[in-house]
Design a protein. Structure first.
Length: 279
């Protein structure tokens, strides 16, 4: 049995297929954990969703910001962006089944000694609180008023966590941290404008994982979302978005539950042509 964590696929089904062949993946034996942004920007979002849905429990998938954007676009909450590539899903005969499957995905997973999120974790949150807040989001997405949640999801404020937050503001902070975070201040103020490497941190901000005293510091964390970050692989951190959709690689980390923090990285080059701008 092998366990793999995989970074942002973003509709690059051909690269995902080659990566699974490269590692000799068997759904009857192995388990995949995909760290969100399953769709969009790449050429084959529909094929990605169908592939992962067909794998059943062998593919455990997180929601990323692009996946949430697909749900919002499909239900009229947001207008399509000119660079979106999800029309194949929106026109598909099995559209409803695919979208229902997608919105049932979690926003954080703790398994095999790792905390897995799409983007980041605020420094005030420990493992238990991170999972509890992710479950609040999941409940909102699975509940009867889930489209109302999508309407209230967008915006950069509040830009920091407060235990007393309620309603849409509370959920907005949580979804922004888990699916959009790159930089924050030492006291957890989030910054969303900068999308470059860690070296480009605005004054007063730093990569979320470098905040002194971060309460998840003792837990190995795997995340995607940040293709410009570069290769970050250490015992407490695996950054797995290696820019597949921008002409980079699709990367998996094979983990060993008996050795917390240990991971072997494997990558395949993506043929997707690089495009300007990263989101």
């Amino acid at each position: 049995m092998s366990i793999y964590m995989i970074g942002d696929v973003q509709g690059c089904d051909e690269a995902l297929g080659r990566l699974l062949e490269e590692v000799g993946f068997s759904p009857s034996r192995d388990t995949l954990y995909l760290l969100g942004d399953l769709v969009n920007r790449g050429p084959s979002s529909l094929a990605v969703l169908r592939r992962l849905m067909a794998l059943g429990e062998a593919a455990q998938c997180l929601l990323g910001n692009h996946d949430l954007h697909l749900l919002a676009t499909a239900h009229g909450v947001r207008k399509p962006h000119r660079s979106d590539t999800v029309d194949d899903i929106l026109r598909a005969h099995d559209r409803k089944a695919l979208l229902d499957w997608l919105r049932a995905r979690p926003l954080a997973i703790a398994a095999h000694g790792w905390l897995m999120v799409h983007a980041g974790v605020l420094p005030q949150w420990d493992l238990t609180q991170t999972l509890a807040l992710a479950q609040e989001l999941q409940a909102a997405l699975r509940g009867p008023d889930w489209v109302d949640f999508l309407h209230g999801m967008y915006g950069n404020q509040p830009d920091r966590w407060d235990d007393h937050l309620t309603g849409a503001a509370r959920l907005r902070v949580v979804v922004n941290a888990l699916t959009r975070l790159r930089f924050c201040s030492a006291d957890g103020v989030m910054e969303f404008e900068t999308k470059d490497s860690a070296a480009a941190a605005p004054e007063g901000f730093m990569p979320w994982f470098d905040v002194p005293g971060r309460r998840t510091a003792g837990v190995p964390v795997a995340f995607g979302h940040w293709s410009t970050l570069g290769a970050v692989a250490r015992a407490d951190l695996q950054a797995l978005d290696t820019g597949c959709v921008w002409g980079g690689c699709l990367t998996a980390a094979r983990i060993d539950p008996q050795r917390p923090g240990a991971a072997e990285r494997l990558s395949v080059r993506c043929p997707q042509a690089s495009k300007p701008g990263r989101h």
